[in-house]
Design a protein around this ligand. Structure first.
Ligand code: ADP
Length: 770
């Protein structure tokens, strides 16, 4: 029933209702007819018996007592009366009289049966029919008709009685008339049949009519409305409104007509509002596009502004810092002047850091900061950071412990520069805010699945700690908490930048700290292993380096850290070098004397004998002094570089070692011709470190005129970095071909390496006197 559709439900319920009504009416009519028919025949019989009894002579009747009396005249008179009574209605089947005996039983007296022509004589025979009725009738002393109809031998009989009094006037007998009631019963059957047929006909008519009405008046319009609503749903506004259905419906004035009118107006309204909406959306989209364009161009302007600003700020800063350095190393100064210059240098440096940090943060905010993951040699990356920190901690006189996991992956793919930036910031803070106790740098690894590692970096210090209130602020830009003296050394941007970088790496930077006890900063990042790290590192602009032309060459590596030794071994051995590695200057010297290598790469800070000392001694040994030597260190201070060159190194290579820089140096000092795999060309990453390579020879440098060269040379001699930059700008505008030349000088200028600028220019100006 629940699944029936609307028209079926209406038809079923209406049909049942009307069927019940029709049934009630039909059966009511039938019963009415039934009773009136029966009553009519009873009344007729009552009239017959009432008229018949006075005709019977009760005196004569009282004299008929036995069979022999049938010959008597009074018997005959009464018998004739019966015949004449019977003649009044052909429906009278039989007519007779009975009399009550002293034993209360009734016996027949007269009897007339037309079928039998009155021959049967029954006088004195027992009358057997329902005596009780007769006893009541005796008491009543009036004619009556029985309620019941009797069925005997296929005939339906109704009995009527009239009392007969005896000679003393007391009722002692009855006249009984049996009337044929078959016609009544037949009539009744006919009526019942008629009622049934009528009922069925009404029912059928009802079903048909209700079905037609419900479908045409209710269901169909609803179905049409439904399909119209569905069309609306699919956005077919016009089709719906043009449909005839609605015109048809609109004519109706009943509830459905009203419904359809409301529906139509709703559809129209929807159509209008949809049209307006579409228009609005279009307008908004246009507005948004415009706004986006504006925002984009504003963003671009902001980025450009920042880039220009930082360049503009950095240029005078270069002058300030450069001159401060020149003065620091120059003529003897008064104590006051020296202090002043130190302060100028420190403030300038602070400002430079601030500018760099602001630029980084601006990049992050403009979502311009992207990660450039590349294959890297992980142990050396970490060791490089640790070494730098060891020096800083050493200066402060606090122990620094680096605890790497024993099963660190060797090669990983990561944005080395950004990872180093975060670690240096966290470790730098830890050292800065610790005066007693120690700083520990832990790196833990867990292999998540094949070639994917989760690496946890943890930096723990026993420093001043951070208050709970401070913890909520430190990751926000320019927030510094606690000791105001130390704050002067920072910018308050480091943690904000680090947090953003770690977020970019898909993790978060966490901290736990207790005031006076110390702090622990940590983060966990997932990094893929780079099995081919050495191969990728050897891939340069010209293609992957496969080896070099000529015979095998020997390279001696001197470094106290296995990570650093191993990175050089891994890079060079596959190219056809024989690499021998030792762990301090003394061993280095001994090995050099033994094997006479073609080139030496040496660390500077080492136990037993450091790199400077080894280089100095090397240059004193006649058979070894011509061997080219490359000093390599994590300390990128110019003073260290200069000292190493003074000690006897041919070139300086910053750590962590970058393969392209190392290859360039080897190419230069061993006169190598590399063999490339042309199919694998890589874009060389440009980093701060690769810029600082002192002795790299760039390709295709076109020098300007001798006049310009000598002018630049003079400026360099005078330390006039601003003037140099001015000159470079003019040159830049003059011709594009000077690009490489300008870049080279600018790199040195950016690092205040006026000495290098001079040496570089002298290459193109052989006659110039230094
Ligand atoms: P800053 O350049 O001042 O170091 P950071 O963003 O790196 O800027 O740090 C913000 C502030 O968080 C610091 O000024 C310092 O108050 C607090 N802080 C950071 N690291 C530590 C630490 N290891 N111990 C105590 N305080 C710290």
């Amino acid at each position: 029933m629940r699944n029936w559709n609307l028209s079926t439900k209406i038809i079923a319920s209406y049909s049942v209702l009307i069927a019940v009504m029709a049934g009630t009416i039909a059966s009511g009519m039938y019963w009415q007819l039934y009773y009136s028919q029966r009553q009519a025949i009873r009344n007729r019989l009552l009239a017959i018996v009432s008229l018949a009894v006075p005709q019977i002579d009760s005196d004569y009747h009282g004299l008929v007592l036995q069979r022999s009396d049938r010959t008597s005249a009074f018997y005959k008179i009464n018998q004739d009366k019966l015949v004449s009574i019977q003649a009044t209605s052909k429906d009278i089947l039989r007519i007779y009289t009975v009399r009550q005996q002293p034993n209360k039983k009734f016996v027949y007296v007269l009897n007339y049966d037309p079928a039998d022509r009155g021959k049967t004589v029954l006088i004195g025979m027992d009358y057997t029919k329902s005596l009780d009725d007769l006893y009541t009738a005796v008491a009543r002393n009036a004619p009556f008709v029985e309620e019941e109809f009797y069925n005997t031998n296929g005939e339906t009989i109704l009995y009527g009685y009239a009392p007969i009094s005896n000679l003393q006037g007391r009722v002692n007998g009855f006249l009984v008339v049996e009337l044929d009631a078959s016609s009544v019963v037949r009539q009744e059957i006919r009526v019942a049949g008629f009622a049934l047929v009528t009922f069925l006909a009404v029912l059928l008519l009802t079903v048909v009519l209700v079905r037609w009405l419900s479908r045409s008046l209710v269901v169909l319009p609803i179905l049409q409305l439904n399909s119209a609503a569905k069309q609306l749903e699919t956005g077919n506004w016009n089709a719906t409104l043009a449909s005839d259905v609605y015109d048809g419906l609109r004519l109706r004035t009943d509830e459905l007509g009203e419904l359809s009118a409301s529906f139509n107006s709703m559809a129209k309204q929807l159509q209008t509002s949809f049209a307006t909406l579409e228009q609005k959306v279009e307008e908004r989209t246009l507005e948004l596009a415009e706004a986006k364009e504006k925002a984009d161009s504003a963003n671009l302007a902001k980025s450009e502004f920042l880039a220009n600003m930082s360049h503009e700020l950095r240029t005078p800063l270069n002058g300030i810092l450069g001159y401060a350095q020149i003065l620091q190393n120059g003529e003897p100064l008064t104590e006051r002047a020296k202090k002043g210059i130190d302060i100028i240098y420190q403030c300038g440096n602070h400002l430079l850091n601030l500018i760099n940090d602001v630029l980084d943060l601006a990049k992050i905010e403009a979502r311009k900061l992207e990660l450039y993951p590349e294959d890297a040699y992980f142990p050396a990356l970490l060791e490089g950071v640790a070494e730098m920190m060891r020096v800083r901690a050493g200066q402060k006189g606090i122990p620094f412990t680096y605890q790497p996991d024993s099963n660190l992956p060797v090669g990983i793919t990561v944005d080395e520069k950004r990872l180093r930036q975060v670690l240096i910031n966290l470790l730098g803070n830890a050292i800065k805010f610790t005066d007693e106790g120690e700083v520990t740098f832990r790196v833990q690894t867990q292999e998540l699945e094949i070639s994917i590692y989760r690496i946890r970096f943890e930096i723990e210090d026993t420093g001043v700690g951070i208050s709970p209130g401070g913890l909520t602020k430190i990751f926000q830009p320019f927030e510094q908490v606690g000791d105001t003296k130390k704050q002067g050394e920072g910018t308050g941007l480091g943690l904000a930048i680090s947090q953003q970088i770690v977020t970019l790496m898909g993790s978060t930077l966490n901290v736990e700290s207790q005031v006076g006890k110390g702090s622990t900063f940590w983060f966990e990042i997932e990094l893929p292993e780079a099995k081919e790290w050495a191969t990728s590192l050897r891939t340069t602009k010209q293609g992957r380096v496969l080896g070099f032309e000529g015979s095998k060459l020997k390279v001696l590596v001197v470094d106290d850290r296995w990570e650093n030794r191993s990175v050089v071994v891994s890079l060079l051995e596959p190219l056809g070098f024989e690499v021998i590695a030792v762990s301090n200057g003394r061993e280095g010297l001994a090995m050099a004397q033994e094997i006479h290598p073609d080139l030496i790469i040496t660390d500077l800070m080492m136990p037993e004998m450091d790199g400077y000392e080894m280089l100095r001694q090397l240059r004193q040994i006649p058979e070894l002094k011509h061997i080219p030597a490359i000093a390599s260190s994590a300390s990128v201070f110019e003073s260290n570089q200069n000292e190493s060159i003074t000690a006897g190194a041919n070139a300086f290579l910053p750590k962590p070692v970058e393969a392209p820089a190392l290859l360039k140096l080897l190419e230069k000092y061993l006169n190598l011709k590399w063999v490339y795999d042309q199919n694998s060309i890589a874009v060389e990453p440009i980093t701060a470190n690769s810029k600082a390579i002192s002795s790299s020879i760039p390709d295709e440098i076109v020098p300007p005129t001798d006049e310009v060269l000598s002018q630049l040379h003079t400026f360099a001699l005078q330390g006039r970095l601003m003037a140099i930059e001015q000159q470079l700008k003019t040159l830049e505008k003059a011709n594009e071909k000077y690009h490489s030349f300008i870049q080279e000088i600018r790199q040195y200028a950016d690092n205040f390496q006026t000495e290098k600028i001079r040496t570089f220019i002298e290459k193109y100006l052989p006659n110039v006197k230094s």
